[in-house]
Design a protein around this ligand. Structure first.
Ligand code: ADP
Length: 260
């Protein structure tokens, strides 16, 4: 097992720089919630890079720090220590306003619960982030995303008129229409049946391989993780293992050895 120790020097380099091909990177990331006796160390010295065009699954037991890592990488939460880069930009020291802009312009999100606005059509949901940002949609980009996700004939429907899989495809279209540097997905297939989940995971994999999209996906599901190029394993806030080209079996074995 490829256990990554961080005992040699737990401090991040004084002036860390991400590799040129990294869409996102974290150096010596720590996050502590609360203080004193009740402090919870949710992340402990996590250093990791996400190469452009790669699909990474983040796994680990409940409470191991997966969501915290994703939220810190995506600028939704601020780390207690360490640095986060989106592309070559260090987002750790940005003001709230600049951080909001980076999130809006360079990051896409997909959640388990789709988070679509029920009163808007699929098309209006997809365009909402751009409208809120005062940006014009590039028609070819919209057409590309809609066709790739095969939702062209669903654009005039409201979420309640769509299946779960269709709603999640609309949510992915909404996240991708802005051409984000990184798409963060939090249990994106958690509410879908296995066949619909497979279609979606294939789409995510293809968008990485053929269109250079970078995807970071938190999941509990070893089968979902097997679609990724790499699986990261967190335990107790630490990055403890990293599997290249994971299969459901190698992921399960690694999870079991964590529990042992
Ligand atoms: P996971 O996503 O792997 O289930 P989390 O990142 O949600 O793990 O949580 C990691 C640890 O941090 C857990 O012990 C959790 O209880 C704690 N935690 C997460 N968010 C908060 C918060 N807002 N306040 C206090 N503790 C938190």
């Amino acid at each position: 097992m490829n256990v990554r120790g961080h005992t040699a020097d737990p401090r991040p380099p004084a002036d860390p720089r991400p590799p040129q091909d990294a869409a996102a990177a974290a150096f010596g990331l720590t996050k502590t919630y609360g203080s004193g006796d009740t402090a919870v160390r949710a992340l402990r010295d996590v250093t990791v890079h996400f190469g452009r065009g790669t699909f990474t699954a983040v796994m680990g037991p409940s409470g191991s720090g997966k969501s915290t890592l994703m939220h810190c990488l995506a600028g939704l939460d601020r780390p207690s220590g360490g640095r986060v880069f989106i592309g070559e930009r260090d987002i750790t020291a940005l003001t709230d306003r600049d951080l909001t802009r980076v999130r809006r312009d360079r990051i896409g999100f997909v959640f388990q619960s789709f988070n679509l606005v029920p009163t808007l059509t699929a098309a209006q949901n997809i365009l909402l982030p751009l409208e809120l940002a005062g940006r014009r949609v590039e028609p070819p980009r919209l057409a590309h995303v809609v066709d790739e996700l095969q939702i062209r004939d669903r654009l005039d429907h409201r979420p309640s008129e769509l299946s779960g899989g269709q709603q999640q495809r609309v949510a992915i279209a909404r996240a991708l229409v802005t051409e984000p540097d990184v798409l963060f997905a939090d249990e994106p297939t958690g509410a879908l049946d296995s066949r619909t989940a497979a279609t979606l995971l294939n789409f995510l994999r293809t968008s990485c391989r053929e269109h250079g999209q970078t995807v970071v996906m938190v999941t509990h599901d070893p089968i979902a993780a097997s679609y990724a190029d790499r699986a990261l394993l967190l335990s107790d806030g630490r990055l403890v293992d990293e599997l290249d080209r994971p299969s459901a079996d190698t992921v399960l074995d690694a999870m079991r050895s964590l529990a042992a």
